[in-house]
Design a binder for this molecule. Structure first.
Ligand code: NAP
Length: 326
Protein backbone atom coordinates (compact mmCIF):
# COMPACT_ATOMS: atom_id res chain seq x y z
CA UNK A 1 0.00 0.00 0.00
CA UNK A 2 1.36 3.40 -1.01
CA UNK A 3 1.37 6.08 1.72
CA UNK A 4 -1.49 8.57 1.43
CA UNK A 5 -1.29 12.35 1.45
CA UNK A 6 -4.10 14.84 1.91
CA UNK A 7 -3.65 18.38 0.58
CA UNK A 8 -6.03 20.85 2.20
CA UNK A 9 -6.39 23.23 -0.78
CA UNK A 10 -6.38 22.85 -4.55
CA UNK A 11 -2.79 23.43 -5.66
CA UNK A 12 -1.26 23.61 -9.17
CA UNK A 13 -1.14 20.14 -10.73
CA UNK A 14 2.46 20.39 -11.86
CA UNK A 15 3.61 21.04 -8.30
CA UNK A 16 1.63 18.14 -6.90
CA UNK A 17 2.74 15.78 -9.72
CA UNK A 18 6.00 14.59 -8.06
CA UNK A 19 3.97 13.38 -5.08
CA UNK A 20 1.44 11.62 -7.29
CA UNK A 21 4.24 9.59 -8.92
CA UNK A 22 5.07 7.96 -5.60
CA UNK A 23 2.09 8.24 -3.30
CA UNK A 24 -1.68 8.23 -3.20
CA UNK A 25 -2.69 11.89 -3.20
CA UNK A 26 -6.07 13.30 -2.26
CA UNK A 27 -6.64 17.03 -2.61
CA UNK A 28 -9.45 19.37 -1.49
CA UNK A 29 -11.09 20.54 -4.71
CA UNK A 30 -11.28 24.30 -4.19
CA UNK A 31 -8.63 27.00 -4.29
CA UNK A 32 -10.88 29.66 -2.78
CA UNK A 33 -12.88 27.75 -0.17
CA UNK A 34 -11.06 26.17 2.75
CA UNK A 35 -11.49 22.50 3.57
CA UNK A 36 -14.28 21.82 6.06
CA UNK A 37 -13.43 20.70 9.56
CA UNK A 38 -15.34 17.47 9.06
CA UNK A 39 -13.35 16.48 5.95
CA UNK A 40 -10.09 17.51 7.56
CA UNK A 41 -10.84 15.41 10.63
CA UNK A 42 -11.77 12.42 8.48
CA UNK A 43 -8.58 12.73 6.40
CA UNK A 44 -6.35 13.17 9.46
CA UNK A 45 -7.64 9.87 10.77
CA UNK A 46 -6.50 8.08 7.63
CA UNK A 47 -3.51 9.70 5.96
CA UNK A 48 0.26 9.42 6.38
CA UNK A 49 0.98 13.04 5.45
CA UNK A 50 -0.92 16.29 5.56
CA UNK A 51 -0.06 19.35 3.47
CA UNK A 52 -1.66 22.32 5.22
CA UNK A 53 -2.30 26.00 4.59
CA UNK A 54 -1.98 28.70 7.28
CA UNK A 55 -5.77 28.98 7.30
CA UNK A 56 -6.17 25.40 8.59
CA UNK A 57 -6.41 25.06 12.35
CA UNK A 58 -4.71 21.83 13.36
CA UNK A 59 -5.30 21.78 17.10
CA UNK A 60 -4.97 19.04 19.71
CA UNK A 61 -8.55 17.98 19.23
CA UNK A 62 -8.08 17.69 15.46
CA UNK A 63 -4.92 15.61 15.94
CA UNK A 64 -6.64 13.25 18.37
CA UNK A 65 -7.84 10.99 15.55
CA UNK A 66 -4.46 10.78 13.74
CA UNK A 67 -3.51 7.12 13.48
CA UNK A 68 -0.85 6.99 10.74
CA UNK A 69 0.03 10.65 10.38
CA UNK A 70 3.79 11.12 10.21
CA UNK A 71 4.21 14.64 8.87
CA UNK A 72 2.35 17.93 8.56
CA UNK A 73 3.98 20.31 6.09
CA UNK A 74 2.66 23.86 6.32
CA UNK A 75 2.68 26.23 3.32
CA UNK A 76 4.01 29.13 5.43
CA UNK A 77 6.92 30.07 7.64
CA UNK A 78 4.54 30.81 10.54
CA UNK A 79 3.09 27.70 12.17
CA UNK A 80 0.82 29.11 14.87
CA UNK A 81 -2.11 27.36 13.16
CA UNK A 82 -0.71 23.99 14.30
CA UNK A 83 -0.48 22.69 17.87
CA UNK A 84 3.20 21.86 17.74
CA UNK A 85 3.29 20.21 21.17
CA UNK A 86 0.32 17.97 20.44
CA UNK A 87 1.94 16.91 17.17
CA UNK A 88 5.22 16.19 18.91
CA UNK A 89 3.48 14.04 21.54
CA UNK A 90 2.00 11.98 18.72
CA UNK A 91 5.37 11.70 16.97
CA UNK A 92 4.22 13.82 14.02
CA UNK A 93 6.89 15.95 12.36
CA UNK A 94 5.85 19.50 11.45
CA UNK A 95 7.73 21.43 8.76
CA UNK A 96 7.44 24.98 7.41
CA UNK A 97 8.83 27.05 4.52
CA UNK A 98 11.33 29.61 5.83
CA UNK A 99 13.88 31.66 3.84
CA UNK A 100 12.38 31.32 0.35
CA UNK A 101 9.66 33.83 1.26
CA UNK A 102 11.86 36.26 3.17
CA UNK A 103 12.60 38.78 0.40
CA UNK A 104 9.10 38.62 -1.09
CA UNK A 105 7.51 39.27 2.30
CA UNK A 106 9.96 42.09 2.97
CA UNK A 107 8.96 43.64 -0.40
CA UNK A 108 5.32 43.54 0.71
CA UNK A 109 6.13 44.96 4.13
CA UNK A 110 8.08 47.84 2.65
CA UNK A 111 5.50 48.39 -0.07
CA UNK A 112 2.74 48.48 2.51
CA UNK A 113 4.76 51.00 4.49
CA UNK A 114 5.08 53.23 1.41
CA UNK A 115 1.40 52.82 0.51
CA UNK A 116 0.22 53.53 4.04
CA UNK A 117 2.41 56.49 4.90
CA UNK A 118 1.85 58.09 1.47
CA UNK A 119 -1.86 57.21 1.39
CA UNK A 120 -1.89 55.38 -1.96
CA UNK A 121 -5.22 53.69 -1.31
CA UNK A 122 -7.35 56.67 -0.37
CA UNK A 123 -5.78 58.74 -3.17
CA UNK A 124 -6.53 56.02 -5.74
CA UNK A 125 -10.04 55.50 -4.40
CA UNK A 126 -10.69 59.24 -4.69
CA UNK A 127 -9.37 59.30 -8.27
CA UNK A 128 -11.57 56.35 -9.31
CA UNK A 129 -14.62 57.96 -7.73
CA UNK A 130 -14.11 61.16 -9.73
CA UNK A 131 -12.81 63.15 -6.77
CA UNK A 132 -9.71 64.42 -8.64
CA UNK A 133 -11.03 67.81 -9.70
CA UNK A 134 -7.79 69.73 -9.51
CA UNK A 135 -4.29 69.45 -8.10
CA UNK A 136 -4.43 70.57 -4.50
CA UNK A 137 -1.52 71.89 -2.45
CA UNK A 138 -2.21 69.78 0.63
CA UNK A 139 -4.39 67.03 -0.88
CA UNK A 140 -3.44 63.51 0.20
CA UNK A 141 -0.28 64.64 1.88
CA UNK A 142 1.22 61.83 3.90
CA UNK A 143 4.35 61.11 5.87
CA UNK A 144 7.85 60.81 4.48
CA UNK A 145 9.66 57.51 4.53
CA UNK A 146 13.15 58.56 3.48
CA UNK A 147 15.38 59.87 6.21
CA UNK A 148 12.95 58.91 9.00
CA UNK A 149 13.28 56.37 11.80
CA UNK A 150 11.97 52.84 11.28
CA UNK A 151 11.28 50.55 14.23
CA UNK A 152 11.28 46.82 13.48
CA UNK A 153 9.68 44.60 16.12
CA UNK A 154 11.09 41.16 15.35
CA UNK A 155 14.50 41.45 13.67
CA UNK A 156 14.53 37.93 12.25
CA UNK A 157 14.95 36.85 8.64
CA UNK A 158 12.23 39.13 7.26
CA UNK A 159 13.06 41.92 9.72
CA UNK A 160 16.63 42.02 8.42
CA UNK A 161 15.42 42.07 4.82
CA UNK A 162 13.19 45.06 5.67
CA UNK A 163 16.14 46.77 7.38
CA UNK A 164 18.21 46.38 4.20
CA UNK A 165 15.46 48.05 2.19
CA UNK A 166 15.20 50.83 4.76
CA UNK A 167 18.89 51.60 4.38
CA UNK A 168 18.25 52.35 0.71
CA UNK A 169 15.80 55.01 1.89
CA UNK A 170 18.40 56.48 4.23
CA UNK A 171 16.38 55.50 7.29
CA UNK A 172 17.66 55.12 10.81
CA UNK A 173 16.66 51.62 11.92
CA UNK A 174 15.76 50.63 15.48
CA UNK A 175 14.81 47.08 16.38
CA UNK A 176 13.48 45.05 19.25
CA UNK A 177 13.82 41.31 19.84
CA UNK A 178 14.08 39.24 23.01
CA UNK A 179 17.77 38.81 22.17
CA UNK A 180 20.18 41.38 20.78
CA UNK A 181 21.81 40.56 17.47
CA UNK A 182 25.23 42.18 17.60
CA UNK A 183 26.33 40.88 14.21
CA UNK A 184 23.20 42.27 12.56
CA UNK A 185 23.69 45.60 14.34
CA UNK A 186 27.15 45.90 12.88
CA UNK A 187 26.32 44.53 9.44
CA UNK A 188 23.24 46.67 8.78
CA UNK A 189 23.88 49.60 11.11
CA UNK A 190 20.74 49.02 13.18
CA UNK A 191 20.21 49.92 16.83
CA UNK A 192 18.72 47.74 19.57
CA UNK A 193 16.18 49.42 21.87
CA UNK A 194 13.57 48.31 24.37
CA UNK A 195 10.06 48.01 22.96
CA UNK A 196 8.72 51.18 24.62
CA UNK A 197 11.66 53.23 23.32
CA UNK A 198 11.13 51.87 19.82
CA UNK A 199 7.46 52.85 19.93
CA UNK A 200 8.28 56.34 21.23
CA UNK A 201 11.08 57.07 18.77
CA UNK A 202 10.01 55.44 15.51
CA UNK A 203 8.24 57.31 12.71
CA UNK A 204 7.18 53.98 11.27
CA UNK A 205 6.80 50.67 13.09
CA UNK A 206 6.82 47.29 11.34
CA UNK A 207 5.75 44.16 13.22
CA UNK A 208 7.54 40.96 12.24
CA UNK A 209 7.42 38.72 15.30
CA UNK A 210 5.76 35.30 15.13
CA UNK A 211 2.37 34.84 16.82
CA UNK A 212 2.99 33.15 20.19
CA UNK A 213 1.53 33.30 23.70
CA UNK A 214 4.12 36.02 24.36
CA UNK A 215 3.40 38.17 21.34
CA UNK A 216 -0.40 37.87 21.50
CA UNK A 217 -1.72 41.45 21.76
CA UNK A 218 1.80 42.72 22.43
CA UNK A 219 0.68 45.98 20.79
CA UNK A 220 -2.33 47.20 22.76
CA UNK A 221 -3.74 50.48 24.00
CA UNK A 222 -0.69 51.30 26.16
CA UNK A 223 1.81 50.56 23.39
CA UNK A 224 -0.16 52.50 20.77
CA UNK A 225 -0.34 55.47 23.12
CA UNK A 226 3.47 55.61 23.15
CA UNK A 227 3.65 56.05 19.38
CA UNK A 228 3.98 59.42 17.67
CA UNK A 229 0.82 61.07 16.40
CA UNK A 230 2.48 61.11 12.97
CA UNK A 231 3.56 57.45 13.08
CA UNK A 232 2.41 54.54 10.93
CA UNK A 233 2.04 50.95 12.10
CA UNK A 234 2.59 48.11 9.64
CA UNK A 235 1.48 44.63 10.64
CA UNK A 236 2.73 41.87 8.38
CA UNK A 237 3.36 38.84 10.58
CA UNK A 238 0.13 37.54 12.13
CA UNK A 239 -3.23 38.88 13.29
CA UNK A 240 -3.73 38.95 17.04
CA UNK A 241 -0.35 40.56 17.76
CA UNK A 242 -2.01 43.97 17.50
CA UNK A 243 -5.17 44.47 19.58
CA UNK A 244 -7.60 45.50 16.82
CA UNK A 245 -10.00 47.30 19.17
CA UNK A 246 -7.16 49.44 20.53
CA UNK A 247 -5.89 49.99 16.98
CA UNK A 248 -9.32 51.12 15.82
CA UNK A 249 -9.45 53.68 18.66
CA UNK A 250 -5.95 54.95 17.92
CA UNK A 251 -6.72 55.41 14.21
CA UNK A 252 -10.18 56.86 14.78
CA UNK A 253 -8.88 59.35 17.35
CA UNK A 254 -5.83 60.01 15.18
CA UNK A 255 -3.40 59.34 17.99
CA UNK A 256 -1.37 57.58 15.28
CA UNK A 257 -1.36 58.59 11.62
CA UNK A 258 -2.19 55.37 9.79
CA UNK A 259 -1.90 51.59 9.75
CA UNK A 260 -1.08 49.11 7.02
CA UNK A 261 -2.37 45.61 7.65
CA UNK A 262 -1.70 42.38 5.79
CA UNK A 263 -2.90 40.17 8.65
CA UNK A 264 -5.97 40.19 10.88
CA UNK A 265 -7.34 38.55 14.01
CA UNK A 266 -10.02 36.88 11.89
CA UNK A 267 -9.15 36.01 8.30
CA UNK A 268 -10.78 36.82 5.99
CA UNK A 269 -11.58 40.02 7.89
CA UNK A 270 -15.39 40.44 7.96
CA UNK A 271 -16.45 43.19 5.55
CA UNK A 272 -18.33 44.96 8.33
CA UNK A 273 -15.27 45.09 10.58
CA UNK A 274 -14.93 48.60 12.09
CA UNK A 275 -11.30 48.88 10.93
CA UNK A 276 -12.47 48.80 7.30
CA UNK A 277 -14.57 51.91 7.84
CA UNK A 278 -11.50 54.03 8.54
CA UNK A 279 -9.80 56.12 5.85
CA UNK A 280 -6.35 55.88 7.45
CA UNK A 281 -5.96 52.17 7.00
CA UNK A 282 -4.45 50.26 4.10
CA UNK A 283 -5.59 46.67 4.14
CA UNK A 284 -4.47 43.76 1.96
CA UNK A 285 -5.55 40.10 2.23
CA UNK A 286 -2.53 38.30 3.74
CA UNK A 287 -0.39 38.50 0.60
CA UNK A 288 3.06 38.78 2.20
CA UNK A 289 4.61 35.88 0.32
CA UNK A 290 2.27 36.04 -2.66
CA UNK A 291 4.55 36.16 -5.67
CA UNK A 292 4.33 33.41 -8.28
CA UNK A 293 7.96 32.37 -7.86
CA UNK A 294 7.90 32.38 -4.09
CA UNK A 295 4.67 30.44 -3.73
CA UNK A 296 6.03 27.83 -6.13
CA UNK A 297 9.29 27.64 -4.19
CA UNK A 298 7.35 27.22 -0.94
CA UNK A 299 5.29 24.41 -2.44
CA UNK A 300 8.43 22.65 -3.65
CA UNK A 301 9.73 22.72 -0.09
CA UNK A 302 6.52 21.09 1.15
CA UNK A 303 6.81 18.38 -1.51
CA UNK A 304 10.42 17.71 -0.53
CA UNK A 305 9.64 17.55 3.19
CA UNK A 306 6.67 15.20 2.73
CA UNK A 307 8.68 12.96 0.38
CA UNK A 308 11.60 12.86 2.80
CA UNK A 309 9.45 11.77 5.73
CA UNK A 310 7.47 9.20 3.77
CA UNK A 311 10.70 7.72 2.38
CA UNK A 312 12.31 7.60 5.81
CA UNK A 313 14.65 10.58 5.60
CA UNK A 314 14.96 13.47 8.04
CA UNK A 315 13.24 16.49 6.45
CA UNK A 316 14.62 20.02 6.46
CA UNK A 317 12.88 22.82 8.37
CA UNK A 318 11.31 20.84 11.20
CA UNK A 319 9.67 23.20 13.64
CA UNK A 320 8.92 20.78 16.46
CA UNK A 321 12.42 19.31 16.84
CA UNK A 322 11.20 15.75 16.89
CA UNK A 323 14.70 14.46 16.20
CA UNK A 324 15.75 15.46 19.71
CA UNK A 325 12.62 13.91 21.18
CA UNK A 326 13.15 10.53 19.51
P1 NAP B 1 12.15 34.66 12.33
O1 NAP B 1 13.39 34.68 11.50
O2 NAP B 1 11.96 33.55 13.30
O3 NAP B 1 12.09 36.06 13.10
C1 NAP B 1 11.24 36.33 14.15
C2 NAP B 1 11.89 37.34 15.06
O4 NAP B 1 10.97 37.70 16.08
C3 NAP B 1 13.15 36.83 15.74
O5 NAP B 1 14.20 37.73 15.50
C4 NAP B 1 12.79 36.78 17.21
O6 NAP B 1 13.91 37.17 17.99
C5 NAP B 1 11.66 37.80 17.33
N1 NAP B 1 10.75 37.48 18.42
C6 NAP B 1 10.12 36.31 18.67
N2 NAP B 1 9.37 36.41 19.79
C7 NAP B 1 9.54 37.66 20.24
C8 NAP B 1 9.04 38.38 21.36
N3 NAP B 1 8.24 37.77 22.26
N4 NAP B 1 9.40 39.66 21.53
C9 NAP B 1 10.23 40.26 20.65
N5 NAP B 1 10.77 39.64 19.58
C10 NAP B 1 10.40 38.36 19.38
O7 NAP B 1 10.87 34.66 11.43
P2 NAP B 1 10.68 35.30 9.97
O8 NAP B 1 10.99 34.29 8.94
O9 NAP B 1 11.34 36.63 9.92
O10 NAP B 1 9.09 35.46 9.98
C11 NAP B 1 8.46 36.25 10.97
C12 NAP B 1 6.97 36.03 10.95
O11 NAP B 1 6.43 36.67 9.82
C13 NAP B 1 6.51 34.58 10.83
O12 NAP B 1 6.44 33.95 12.08
C14 NAP B 1 5.15 34.70 10.20
O13 NAP B 1 4.15 34.69 11.19
C15 NAP B 1 5.19 36.05 9.52
N6 NAP B 1 5.07 35.98 8.05
C16 NAP B 1 3.97 36.56 7.46
C17 NAP B 1 3.84 36.52 6.09
C18 NAP B 1 2.66 37.13 5.42
O14 NAP B 1 2.24 36.64 4.39
N7 NAP B 1 2.11 38.20 5.93
C19 NAP B 1 4.83 35.90 5.30
C20 NAP B 1 5.91 35.33 5.94
C21 NAP B 1 6.03 35.39 7.32
P3 NAP B 1 14.12 36.64 19.51
O15 NAP B 1 13.97 35.16 19.45
O16 NAP B 1 15.47 37.10 19.87
O17 NAP B 1 13.06 37.30 20.30
Amino acid sequence: MKPTIFITRKLPDELVAPLKEKFTVRMWDSEEVAVTKAVLREEIAQVDALWTMLSDTIDRDMLESAANLKVISNLAVGFNNIDIEAAKEKGIIVTNTPDVLTETTADLAFGLLLATARRFNSAEKDLRQGGWLSWTPMGFTGMDIHGTTLGIIGMGRIGEAVARRAKGFNMHVLYHNRNRKLETEEKYDVEYVELDDLLKQADHVVILVPFTEETKEMIGERELSLMKKTATLISVSRGGIVDEVALYDALKNETIFAAGLDVFETEPIPLRHPLLTLPNITAVPHIGSASVETRRAMMKMNVEAITDVLEGREPKDQVNSLASAR
